[in-house]
Design a protein around this ligand. Structure first.
Ligand code: C5P
Length: 291
């Protein structure tokens, strides 16, 4: 019987770079939320060594990456370490999210692999061990493992409760330029930002966006320098009817707009699609479960 996991897009509502470790990794303070947009990972049992096939609109972008080095295959190997499970079966990754785009696609896929194979192989791995494996795979993988609104600190591995979110619509837009995260961190030349002070809950979208407006994505200025299309995308999102707030997510290039409802977001995305930009556009809502 095949098993399925969804790997939802991770959106950073703000992202402060608060410091730098001696090993070069950056200390962050960020509020990660998850959107309905998702990749799908399917597992079919077999007696043969584990394989990975790629499908979906962005599958081709990753085709060269369907090797043993792929984050999905590395996640599978790390999970099996120290167990007597045989690395068998067939994984199919339906790649619906743009690649290298600041919404955690690869990290979400790796995290989904851990959840899926833990079930498929009946390992019952303790959550603490799953989180430790996730941290070895990448800074964003732990938050994608829990896949709920989460405050991230440290280099991304320190997870804490997020404010309760209002019901809220979202539009995601990606201009198609893949962005390498290390280059963005290298280009950043601003001072470090302080940690944010957040309430326990945002009862309305207006309350949330008023606070977000005082915060920043510190990776947005270097990303705009390396990828000027981001500035245009942000201008276009901000001008959409009903848009309450717009910002870039993660290290880019995907940008988001927040709306009072999923319906408002859908109407804005329809209007944007009529403009026929060669962009990936998604509309839906923000998932409201939180750590
Ligand atoms: O951990 P991950 O592979 O997602 O990070 C990619 C790169 O982004 C790292 O090699 C590092 O250059 C940079 N990075 C960082 N500080 C973080 C997360 C990522 O400098 N907290």
């Amino acid at each position: 019987m095949s098993l399925i996991e969804t790997a939802h897009a991770k959106i950073n509502l703000y992202l402060h770079v608060t410091g730098r470790r001696p090993d070069g990794y950056h200390l962050l303070d960020s509020l990660a939320v998850f959107a309905g947009a998702a990749d799908r990972l399917i597992y079919e049992p077999s007696g043969s060594p584990l394989t990975l096939d790629l499908t979906g609109p962005f599958g081709m972008k990753l085709a060269d990456d369907a090797t043993d080095d792929n984050l999905v295959m590395r996640a599978a190997r790390f999970l099996a370490e120290g167990t007597d499970v045989a690395l068998t079966g067939r994984l199919v990754l339906e790649k619906n999210l743009p690649v290298a785009s600041g919404i955690g696609g690869g990290s979400a896929d790796a995290a989904a692999t851990l959840r899926l194979l833990d079930r498929a192989w009946a390992l019952n791995t303790p959550q603490e061990r799953l989180l430790a494996i996730a941290a070895r795979l990448g800074a964003d993988v732990p938050v994608c493992l829990v896949q709920r609104s989460t405050r991230m600190r440290g280099i991304g591995e320190q997870l804490a409760p997020a404010p309760a979110l209002p019901a809220c619509g979202m539009v995601l837009v990606n201009c198609g330029d893949a962005i390498a995260t290390p280059a963005i961190f290298r280009t950043r030349n601003a001072a470090f930002s302080p940690e944010a002070i957040l309430p326990a809950a945002w009862p309305t979208v207006a309350a949330m966006t008023a606070d977000l407006a005082r915060l920043t994505n510190d990776l947005e200025p270097p990303a705009r320098t390396l990828c000027p299309a981001i500035s245009m995308v942000l201008d276009v999102i901000a001008a959409l009817p009903g848009c309450q707030f717009s910002r870039m997510s993660g290290s880019g290039a995907t940008c988001f707009g927040l709306f009072n409802s999923e319906e408002d977001a859908g109407k804005a995305a329809d209007a944007l699609r009529r403009e026929a930009y060669p962009w990936w556009i998604w509309a839906g809502s923000v998932l409201r479960e939180r750590v």
